[in-house]
Design a protein around this ligand. Structure first.
Ligand code: SF4
Length: 109
């Protein structure tokens, strides 16, 4: 099973996206230490507010657009789910080419 997941997880397919979303949910809620360490050790850059991560698989219902058509989160703050708060937390999780974050080639749980 692990080999099957490892094979499909990094792929840019609907299956790969779904596996990453599940992994994001699992680690974000049950292994917050891994997320924090991966961000600290491997993530560089900043969010450029492209909003692409709010439309992975489906468009988030809390995604809004301001007067300049820039995306914003309608529930930004404590209500924001771990999946959104942590994206992207490591190289495996990162799947959007235009994302302002990049990763040193480490991590990958
Ligand atoms: S994809 Fe990256 S740069 Fe774009 S909104 Fe999400 S975190 Fe920010």
């Amino acid at each position: 099973m692990r080999a099957w997941v490892d094979k499909h997880l990094p792929r840019r397919t609907l299956l790969g996206q779904t596996l990453r979303k599940l992994r994001r949910f699992y680690l974000g809620n049950l292994n917050k230490e891994y997320i924090a360490q991966a961000i600290k050790d491997t993530r560089k850059g900043d969010c450029n507010r492209c909003g692409m991560c709010c439309e992975l698989i489906y468009k988030c219902p809390f995604l809004g657009r301001d007067a300049q058509n820039l995306p914003f989160c309608r529930i930004y703050g404590d209500l924001r789910p771990a999946n959104c708060r942590n994206y992207p937390f490591d190289a495996v999780d990162s799947e959007i080419d235009t994302c302002g974050y990049s990763f040193t080639p480490k991590s990958g749980k």
